[in-house]
Design a protein around this ligand. Structure first.
Ligand SMILES: Cc1ncc(COP(=O)(O)O)c(C=O)c1O
Length: 277
């Protein structure tokens, strides 16, 4: 399992925001261990495949009313074998910049993992698909110009030279999810000689830097697809390609490195891997 402790901590920060009870981290991890041990035959072989684990908690108190949280909850873990996102090669995605819809506002629930965030995103995702795009990129709620994150992934921007590239990701303002893959890459990249910073970026900057050849790669990252290159950007008023639209060398290098740690092919200096016996 990859960083179950970090997932446990985010599960609890999400629970706090939703006025739900927290779960001892060891209980969360033990539940995952028990399910994986029980379902070990379902763990698919082959590079890139995985057993997708989905812990969740729901309110179960009976009643109608909106003034207080439930007094009873159910914690569950479900699992499903998942095929590699990239069985046919790493394919860059085209993203849709949503100006009509907003994912999260300051003080809201954007910084935690809760079902409502995803429900509220479907209309924009549908709009993206209708415009021939794969995913939505969310902008900030106040000015609609600061890039926040993608549908279910965080974003990184690659700048610098081939010899000295550096990567930047929008800071955790409370309106985007603190991705565990994002955190892992912020720690991993410097070990590969790639400086990594948290820095805001506007969509105008994104477009202008691409036009000037200063921003050479963009990728999204998250547990399910690890790292996905972003090739093209569309909005109501503009459309542009990032470099030649193909997966860039920094994107691919970070992807290979992270996958090698996850599959045990490379040392795991941060003890991110949790073995289930
Ligand atoms: C909205 C959102 N942002 C980012 C991420 C990436 O987070 P992680 O790297 O922890 O999977 C996810 C995935 O769960 C997500 O749903």
């Amino acid at each position: 399992m990859f960083r179950p402790d970090a997932n446990a901590a985010r599960f609890n920060s999400s629970a706090r925001r939703m006025a739900m009870p927290e779960l001892p981290e060891e209980t969360f991890i033990r539940a995952l261990e028990l399910l994986v041990a029980q379902d070990r035959e379902w763990v698919p072989g082959g590079e890139g495949n995985s057993l997708y684990l989905r812990p969740f908690m729901i309110a179960t108190q009976r009643g109608l009313g909106v003034n207080h949280p439930s007094s009873e909850y159910l914690f569950c873990v479900i699992a499903s074998p998942a095929a590699s996102y990239f069985s046919s090669g790493v394919k860059p995605v085209t993203v849709w910049l949503s100006r009509e819809y907003t994912r999260a506002a300051p003080g809201g629930t954007g910084g935690v993992k809760t079902g409502g965030n995803y429900a509220a995103a479907f209309a924009a995702q549908q709009q993206a698909v209708d415009r021939g795009c794969d995913q939505v990129v969310w902008l900030d709620a106040a000015e609609h110009r600061w890039v926040e994150e993608m549908g279910g992934m965080n974003l990184f921007f690659v700048r610098g030279t081939t010899a000295e590239p550096w990567i930047a990701t929008p800071p955790l303002t409370g309106t985007l999810l603190p991705g565990i893959t994002r955190d892992s890459l912020l720690k991993l990249a410097p070990q590969l000689g790639v400086r990594a910073v948290e820095e805001p970026i506007t969509i105008d900057q994104w477009q202008a830097e691409c036009a000037a050849g200063e921003l050479t790669e963009v990728f999204a990252c998250g547990t399910a697809a690890v790292i996905t290159p972003v090739g093209r950007v569309k909005s109501e008023s503009a459309e542009w390609t990032i470099a030649d639209g193909a997966p860039g060398p920094v994107t691919m290098r970070l992807r290979e490195e992270l996958i090698a740690i996850q599959y045990g092919h490379k040392p795991d200096p941060h003890t991110w891997i949790h073995k289930v016996c």
